[in-house]
Design a protein around this ligand. Structure first.
Ligand SMILES: NC(=O)C1=CN([C@@H]2O[C@H](COP(=O)(O)OP(=O)(O)OC[C@H]3O[C@@H](n4cnc5c(N)ncnc54)[C@H](O)[C@@H]3O)[C@@H](O)[C@H]2O)C=CC1
Ligand SMILES: O=C(O)CCC(=O)C(=O)O
Ligand SMILES: [Mg+2]
Length: 383
């Protein structure tokens, strides 16, 4: 299902300059690699009679409610003109498949943007991932996952600045599995030219828009000759449409090695890759800058977009006031930028970065002793 109500592409499929990101958000001392998703998604929301935008909010499971509370408190303190519309995504079964309740779909369709806490997926039997179902339902084809060192927070590397774009609707996440005979199962990695093409085009546009005109396709076409081979050949074709953007490719295992050896190598480029590779490499990158508590993401579609952290529901620390809300907060900064509310993004981001650099109120994942609440208070005190 897709909700391409207002197509924003020009006739040749390229995006006009007016569709480019309006302003690059400044996070920390450097320009953040968000680009706001404007190359493909136009925020169509309108202010209500109280002068606010309405944003759908999925609080999520595990640490979800705690980090959501942090975002809500900070937004209230920063007087962001947003009203949250809480939605329930408890799965329903429609035509034998896991589905999102209609009311939740209507809310996101109406508001065009949602902020989402983590949703837990049962291992083995049970419902299909709701994260995946949301991405598919709204055709959120590109998952943008920037990862940047936090100034002042010491890790083995202080110069990480990567942008990973993950195909978000198919690949190994297709969930097409069956048992051939007892003890033999097959799982199908679905790669299609249209889905590859649209995420790769997005990747090139995005790279241009954030001033990193270099796209590298990450693949394993040596082994998956047909599926990754199609992704790669599509990348080579799409690259011809973007002569101003440097293009090359790399095998996934080599990318992993180089990334953990010297992440600065990847600073000038945008990495575009199939679904599962992006899932894994983005967690790996998070480890380079201090963990999953710090890395945001944006799921971009033609019309609707959903912003969420890279991390999951963290059941090991859920309900203990220990979670780091920064990743969800930074995801919401990407959302504000997407909505054209840059001044609020800059203001909140400054308070976050100052709090992290000061190091007095860090959560446990960053080797601090502060609770989620204390860290949130510290940010609010700087607004
Ligand atoms: N997009 C989503 O909603 C995602 C959902 N999940 C779901 O989350 C559940 C748990 O998955 P896990 O493998 O445990 O991965 P996870 O990402 O929830 O946690 C991995 C590790 O990182 C830590 N961590 C994660 N976020 C943190 C934060 N904000 N602050 C401090 N520490 C944090 C956790 O405590 C844990 O030690 C699963 O059901 C999975 O399906 C996993 C990834 C993404
Ligand atoms: O849906 C899930 O359970 C996991 C999703 C995930 O790991 C991700 O989107 O990074
Ligand atoms: Mg993941």
């Amino acid at each position: 299902m897709s909700f391409c109500r207002n197509a924003v592409r020009s006739a040749n499929g390229r995006f006009t300059s007016s569709m480019r990101p309006r302003v690059a958000l400044v996070l920390g001392a450097r320009t953040y690699a968000s680009g706001s998703g404007k190359p493909v998604a136009q925020f169509l929301g309108e202010k209500n009679s109280r002068g606010n935008y309405t944003v759908s909010f999925i609080e999520g499971d595990g640490i979800g409610p705690e980090i959501s509370q942090s975002v809500k408190r900070i937004y209230e303190a920063a007087k962001v003109p947003i009203e949250w519309e809480s939605i329930d995504v408890t799965p329903i079964i429609k035509n034998g498949k896991t589905a999102i309740p209609d009311a939740a779909i209507e809310s996101i369709k109406k508001n065009f943007v949602a902020l989402k806490g983590p949703l837990a997926t049962p291992v083995g039997k049970g419902h299909v991932s709701l994260n995946l179902t949301l991405r598919r339902t709204f055709n959120l084809f590109a998952n943008v996952r920037p990862c940047r060192s936090v100034p002042g927070f010491k890790t083995p590397y202080d110069n990480v600045d990567t942008v990973l774009i993950r195909e978000n609707t198919e690949g190994e996440y297709s969930g097409i599995e069956h048992e051939v005979v007892d003890g033999v199962v097959q799982s199908i990695k679905l790669i299609t030219k249209p889905a590859s093409e649209r995420v790769l085009k997005f990747g090139f546009q995005y790279a241009e828009s954030i001033g990193k005109p270099w796209v590298r396709a990450v693949h394993k076409a040596t082994i998956m000759k047909m599926s990754d081979g199609l992704f790669l050949s599509t990348a080579e074709d799409v690259a011809k449409e973007f002569p101003a953007v440097k293009f090359d490719s790399e095998l996934l295992d080599n990318t992993c090695l180089k990334m953990v050896t010297d992440p600065s190598y990847y600073q000038p480029m945008v990495l575009v890759m199939p679904n599962l590779y992006g899932d894994i490499v983005s967690d790996m990158c998070a480890g380079l800058i201090g963990g999953l508590g710090l890395t945001p993401s944006a799921n971009i579609g033609d019309t609707c977009s959903i912003f969420e952290a890279v991390h999951g529901s963290a059941p090991d620390i859920a309900g203990k006031d220990k979670a780091n809300p920064t990743a969800l907060l930074l995801s919401s900064m990407m959302m504000l930028q997407h909505m054209g509310l840059n001044e609020f993004a800059v203001k909140i981001n400054k308070a976050i970065m100052e709090t992290l650099a000061e190091g007095k109120a860090l959560t446990g994942d960053l080797k601090g002793t502060a609770s989620t609440t204390q860290y949130t208070d510290a940010i609010i005190s700087k607004l």
